[in-house]
Design a protein around this ligand. Structure first.
Ligand SMILES: Cc1cc2nc3c(=O)[nH]c(=O)nc-3n(C[C@H](O)[C@H](O)[C@H](O)COP(=O)(O)OP(=O)(O)OC[C@H]3O[C@@H](n4cnc5c(N)ncnc54)[C@H](O)[C@@H]3O)c2cc1C
Length: 410
């Protein structure tokens, strides 16, 4: 088997058909290159949860010609609201869709979308070309004339460049770094999707909202073309250690709800509307010094899995994909290493900064009641200003040299 054909005749293999792998395949194709995409799953069925896409990703999806498909299947939150856990007091509120505030400021929309819908739009645009399902990479080794890929199904392939878009438990990362497992963050989450009709106590149901309390927070936003469902993500401190081999650990009946005892009815209604059989461990990848080794390079969660508190895992993954595609398209013949070095330099600092900030934000969202709350409330009120740099970023512009996109907040 031979990987797809890139610029200057480069055979390109992408490992993983998640958000990163599919976006990269599309971005390469737009630039006249093809890649073989190897995905371990026998079919593309993203697990049932949602993702919030911000302007730093949606402007790239527009450039790829898929934003209309994404917006048709998604909802832009009316506002971003931070609330107190018990009485639901609004601590800070900022318009998003209201008055088209977000799009006016950042030049592209904010979308809440079911992951399966996003994957469907990306895979549909790719049209299945080059996609090899049921291919779990188990080993890779550089040989004189390229890199050899071995799959669990007994097949093998030869490539000149391998991109590890294989997520937080990346096999390619092990090859690139010689180790570096994902690290359990000490926090875990309950998640679910609930029809709005089952949430009578929820104020501002079309907003994206953070409910902040002692040792926990709940984030939710509406998804679907008509905003008819609410995706939620409830994060708690603990368990202290993660003794399970996968992401998920079984939980007893009522355990999720017990973790939010005494919270506002909007929160308990949401969590109680789902039968939770598992909790999700939240894992990160320690900032890596090297993102590539020889002919293998990392992208997305494989390189920089982060806590989801800025909602930036998928968004930064899309940025990676565009940056790498553009650098490969403009690479000089025989200068692959220079392009990979530039990619690493361009992506490492930004993703580290967001990773670090997501960790700090975890602590801010989980403060105990007490005098420190006044400072938390002040900081939360400045979030759109303090974190505008995340949303204003223009990944393609960062390669081609144009400025970030942002107008002052209204
Ligand atoms: C609960 C939760 C909520 C989140 N919410 C948000 C959000 O609102 N906004 C946001 O931006 N991000 C969010 N994220 C983060 C986001 O989901 C990830 O950062 C993003 O999916 C990373 O994309 P990826 O393509 O790198 O990896 P993935 O989407 O994980 O894709 C990896 C792919 O590689 C395949 N694969 C793995 N190993 C192999 C192998 N050996 N061989 C072949 N294929 C393989 C997998 O099957 C998968 O299809 C959230 C994450 C979590 C856990």
């Amino acid at each position: 088997m031979t990987a797809g054909m890139g610029i200057h005749g480069l055979r390109i293999a992408i490992i993983g058909a998640g958000i990163g792998g599919l976006t990269l395949a599309l971005a390469l194709r737009q630039r006249g290159m093809t890649a073989a995409v190897y995905e371990q799953a026998p079919e593309l069925t993203e697990i049932g949860a949602a993702v919030a896409l911000s302007a730093n990703a949606t402007r790239e999806l527009r450039r790829l010609g898929v934003l209309d498909g994404v917006t048709a299947a998604s909802t832009e939150p009316s506002a971003l609201i931070y609330r107190s856990w018990q009485d639901g007091r609004s601590i800070a509120a900022f318009p998003v869709h209201d008055g088209l505030a977000y799009q006016t400021r950042f030049g592209a929309p904010y979308c809440g979308i079911h992951r399966a819908d996003l994957q469907h739009v990306l895979a549909g645009a790719l049209g299945g070309s080059g996609l090899q399902l049921g291919h779990r990479l188990v080993d890779l080794a550089e040989s004189g004339d390229g890199i050899r890929l071995e799959f669990a199904n007994g097949q093998s392939a030869q490539a000149d460049l391998v991109i590890g878009a294989d997520g937080v438990r990346s096999v390619v990362r092990r090859y690139v770094t010689g180790g570096e497992d994902a690290v359990y963050s000490g926090t875990s989450a309950f998640r679910g999707i609930v029809p709005l009709s089952r949430l009578p106590s929820l104020p501002d149901p079309q907003a994206i909202q953070f409910w902040m309390g002692p040792d926990a927070h709940l984030l939710h936003y509406a998804i679907g073309g008509g905003g008819q469902d609410v995706n939620f993500f409830a994060v708690v401190e603990g368990p202290k250690a993660w003794s399970h081999t996968g992401w998920q650990a079984p939980v007893g009946h009522g355990e999720a709800l017990a973790a939010f005892k005494g919270w506002h009815p909007a929160v308990t209604e949401m969590i109680g509307a789902v039968e939770h059989t598992v909790r999700w461990g939240l894992f990160t990848v320690r900032p890596l010094l090297h993102w590539f080794r020889g002919r293998a390079v990392l992208l997305g969660d494989a390189a920089h899995a982060m806590l989801p508190h800025h909602g930036q895992g998928a968004n930064t993954t899309i940025e990676d994909a565009i940056t790498l595609a553009e650098l490969l398209a403009t690479a000089s013949p025989g200068r692959l290493e220079t392009s990979l070095g530039r990619y690493q330099a361009m992506r490492r600092a930004r993703t580290r900064k967001i990773q670090r900030s997501s960790r700090v934000t975890n602590d801010l969202l989980h403060l105990q009641d007490g005098p420190a709350l006044a400072d938390r409330d002040r900081r939360v009120s400045r979030f759109p200003e303090d974190f505008g740099w995340i949303h204003a970023f223009d990944a393609l512009g960062s390669v081609t040299g144009s400025a970030p996109i942002s107008r002052p907040a209204a």
